[in-house]
Write a protein that binds this ligand. Sequence first.
Ligand code: TXA
Ligand code: MG
Length: 346
Amino acid sequence: MQTKVMDANSPEAIELAARLFSQGQLVGFPTETVYGLGANALDPQAVLSIFAAKGRPADNPLIVHIWRREQLEGLCEIPQGAEQLMDAFWPGPLTLLFPRTERVPKEVTAGLPTVAIRMPSMPCTRKLLQACDLPIAAPSANRSGRPSPTLASHVLEDMDGRIPLILDGGECQVGLESTVLDLTHGEPTILRPGGITKEMAEEVLGREVALAGSILRPLQEGEVALSPGMRYKHYAPQGNVTLVEGEEAAVVRALRENCLLDRQAGKSSCVLCFTEHMEALADCDPHDIGSIQDQAQVAHRLFDTLRQLDQEGRETIYSEVVPPEGVGLAVMNRLGRAAAFRTMKV
Ligand code: TXA
Ligand code: MG
């Protein structure tokens, strides 16, 4: 199959994508978080072909994307607190879990009693969802296990020949996947941190929001994953990533020493560091993850940087960390998994 790439802002591209969706086909499309790989959520065969194209385990459920709230009718019940969160954060990078009706195919929810739904905010995404007026099931548009795509070229890298169309909308603004929040099990709980933070949700709900236990550590043996996606190896480059934590000057020194030692041992090694440390690490092929003052920038760049490491064939990578607060929690959740939580304290 030939994969066409078209400008997401062209009316012809939107029209073609909407037609492909109505025919049960797959389309890669941009959102403000990451690129999605979409299909008509009400068509079980189309949904199954998403799993095939990604190589995704069948027990990992998908997020359904809508452009207007009326689309919720008939798909799900609205749990307490959801209206407030939708008023505050939709359209935007927040996915909520809803008790689902029989109309939602089990292929979408991997048999779970809840369905995850979000309303993206990127204007071209809204146009696309409006043009087809279908609920669109879409995971991130990467092959399973690879970092999520934040550029159309990343989608092409992973999906060339597997899908008929990719809409190119440029860089994704947030760069990390949406926050997944569960209101269906009593205490509101963030299953996956993202651009909408715990603090932001707490302010709107006027009550505490819990964090799923496995956000900053691997799942323990026998532990049930609240969000099935947490079970799988994710975001990991081919090389070994080590996080280096401690006082600023000591971290910079340790990054450099470890990188250069690995080089001496014949390994292709590099560092991921803040803009402010690029100069001090100039002999370590530094990758600029953004300013130490700007967590949103670090989030925005992270997945592209992880993909570059594979392209460069890096065997060992030493990375700085951000404080796990605000958007930093989402960054550390992804970076931690990329490093299999290997951390060096200096
Ligand atoms: O920003 C995003 O959310 C992107 C864009 C494309 O919208 N999508 C995305 O989808 O990241 P995906 O499939 O890569 O991640 C969906 C996550 C997985 O961790 C999955 O296990 C979880 O949401 N999830 C989906 N339905 C769920 C459910 N009913 N209960 C618990 N977790 C669920
Ligand atoms: Mg994904």
